[in-house]
Design a protein around this ligand. Structure first.
Ligand code: SF4
Ligand code: SF4
Ligand code: SF4
Length: 172
């Protein structure tokens, strides 16, 4: 069943401040944001362990993900390196976030041929719908998107961002 919150995000109907989407995007399998910021010692072990080098030192010295640098491969090197109990078990869902696309920025939505994001998406969550008399436009399937972020850096317009669909249901 499709989460309506995810659909709303894809259509840009949720506003900043109205949902967890305004929270920073951090590593997969993390405990809830409040518990994380309480307990993370900002030791940077996760940043040094990430083979994709997508973890950056951000506001307050806390680690955040920068998908302009690459994608998350769900390798769990960050979780394995962390000396604190801040990560959930590997058997649980890594996170609740999906890619969303700005129709204002997207070239194809402005009738300019572009399909750069399509090839970057391993789960094939991005498809292009033919439009009569116009170039095909991309759509992101919220049920297929795993939030890996691979599409973000592939877009020449920086039209794609990752957005949390809800907070993880754990207190940590
Ligand atoms: S799971 Fe792997 S690729 Fe993803 S943030 Fe952690 S270390 Fe980096
Ligand atoms: S790569 Fe960016 S500009 Fe090109 S179709 Fe995808 S979202 Fe649009
Ligand atoms: S975040 Fe990953 S799975 Fe989702 S649309 Fe982008 S490339 Fe595909």
């Amino acid at each position: 069943m499709v989460d309506l919150n995810r659909r709303a995000l894809l259509k840009g109907r949720l506003r900043p401040g109205s949902s967890p989407q305004t929270q920073p995007i951090r590593m997969p399998w993390l405990i809830a944001e409040d518990a994380f910021t309480d307990r993370c010692t900002r030791c940077q072990a996760c940043q040094q362990a990430c083979p994709e080098q997508i973890i950056i030192r951000a506001d307050g010295g806390y680690p955040e993900l920068d998908f302009q640098r690459g994608e998350c491969t769900f390798c769990r090197a960050c979780a394995d390196s962390c000396p604190e109990p801040l990560f959930r078990d590997a058997g649980e869902a890594p996170w609740q976030q999906i890619a969303s696309m700005s129709e204002t920025l997207c070239l194809a939505h402005n009738n300019v041929m572009c399909r750069s994001c399509e090839d970057s998406c391993e789960p094939q969550a991005i498809s292009f719908r033919p439009q009569a008399g116009r170039v095909a436009r991309p759509l992101i399937d919220p049920d297929l998107c795993n939030g890996c972020g691979a599409c973000v850096s592939s877009c020449p317009q920086q039209a794609i961002t990752l957005t949390k669909t809800s907070e993880v249901p754990y207190g940590g």
